[in-house]
Each structure stands twice: as structure tokens, then as C-alpha cells.
Design a protein around this ligand. Structure first.
Ligand code: URA
Length: 211
């Protein structure tokens, strides 16, 4: 199966209660050939509106961090653990996250078969690693997912958006070096792959409001 076919199936999903509170599921964006996949938590309001993962404030910060680490959104693949925006942007619990991820994320990963996964924040870390892992302690450490993918967790950009002063500066450097480590490992495992285009991807010209 191809990612585009999976996307058609995803658009029809109503397997859990999140579906009735959002406009529609949000899938993935980027290059299905990418050796690196970034996994966020789930769509927020802007993502629900545009139908693109990580296009709102968190995504814009991610894009700047990716650019600094020599990656662009068109050359990597970005996706989420859950596909439907929870009401009031509530954080999904581990059971909700697993239910959706087993239906969709696992299928995406088995099509893309990335060399490296980057978990953005705690929800992705808990699903891809385990519930005892802590983002503040375990970010930047390589581990293997249950399906055998090499994975590294970084701070979620929404977390950075809440920090100020020294904490913010330190967290930004942590993200920068973790992203470099992720790109370097993916580069080693997929020699010759171009992780960066000449310009940052303009997501708002690619996606129009759905409502
Ligand atoms: N938007 C997303 O698509 N994912 C996140 O994790 C946060 C915002």
C-alpha cells in the first residue's frame, strides 16, 4: 500500500471519540522516501483547520529548528501519534494514543520504513519508548522502538514556546544538538539522501483552510 491510499482510509476513520470533536483527521506531510520521520503528539487548532501536521506555532518553531539542523519539511516526513484534534487540545492518555497509533502511525511507519524516528515530546516518547520514560531525562538518548526503529526524543516545540530566559536558551541548544544527532544517524544509514531543499517549505501556500 502507498501512503496516499492510507490517507484516503484515514480520512474515513471514525474509530474513536476524538473524531466527532474535530473537523477531520490530519495525516502526514513530507517525503515518503525520507529516512527520518518526526512524530508529534496530535493536531491542534491550526492543524485541524489546514489538514497539515505541525503547521501552527509549534510547527513553525520546528521548521526553524530543522532549518538550523539542515533539514526542510519537504525532505523529511512529519506526522503525529493521534490524528484527530482532541476537544480543548487535551493531551491524549496512553490508551488513546496507542489506539490511534496502532491504527495509523504503525501503518505509516511500515510503509515509509524510516531509518530514524524523532519523537517530539512526552506523548510520542511514551508511545514509541515506554510509559516510564521522561522527556527531561531521556531526550537525546537513542533507544529502539518495539518495532525495531532507532528513535531519539527531543523536547516538543510547544514546551519551548512556554520557556523563557536561560531555560529557553538551554532547551533550544538541546533540541539543536539532538536534531543534528538524528540527521547524522539518518545520513549514515541512508547515504546520499538530501535532507534539505534550498528554501524552507512554505506550508501555508501548500495547504488551504478546510473550514
Ligand atoms: N501540532 C501537531 O501537529 N502536532 C503536535 O504535536 C503539536 C501541534
Amino acid at each position: 500500500m502507498k501512503l496516499v491510499e492510507l490517507e484516503t482510509q484515514l480520512s474515513q476513520c471514525d474509530a474513536c471519540a476524538f473524531r466527532k470533536d474535530c473537523f477531520a483527521p490530519v495525516g502526514w506531510h513530507g517525503n515518503p522516501e525520507s529516512p527520518i520521520v518526526f512524530v508529534g503528539e496530535g493536531p491542534g487548532g491550526v492543524e485541524d483547520q489546514y489538514g497539515c501536521p505541525l503547521i501552527g506555532p509549534s510547527g513553525q518553531l520546528l521548521d526553524r529548528a530543522l532549518w538550523a539542523a539542515k533539514m526542510t519539511r519537504d525532505r523529511v516526513l512529519t506526522t503525529n501519534i493521534i490524528k484527530c484534534r482532541p476537544k480543548n487540545n487535551r493531551t491524549p492518555d496512553i490508551a488513546e494514543a496507542s489506539f490511534c497509533a496502532q491504527l495509523w502511525l504503525e501503518k505509516e511507519l511500515s510503509i515509509v520504513h524510516p531509518k530514524v524516528i524523532v519523537a517530539l515530546g512526552g506523548v510520542a516518547l511514551h508511545y514509541l519508548g515506554n510509559a516510564d520514560m521522561r522527556i527531561t531525562r531521556d531526550r537525546g538518548q537513542w533507544f529502539r522502538t518495539a518495532q525495531g526503529y532507532d528513535c531519539i526524543a527531543i523536547y516538543h516545540p510547544a514546551y519551548l514556546l512556554r520557556l523563557v530566559g536561560h531555560d529557553l536558551v538551554k532547551a533550544k541548544w538541546d533540541v539543536y544538538y539532538d536534531l543534528i544527532a538524528a540527521r547524522e544517524r539518518a545520513e549514515k544509514l541512508a547515504p546520499g539522501y538530501q535532507f534539505m531543499s534550498e528554501e524552507p517549505t512554505k506550508l501555508f501556500t501548500l495547504y488551504k483552510k478546510r473550514y
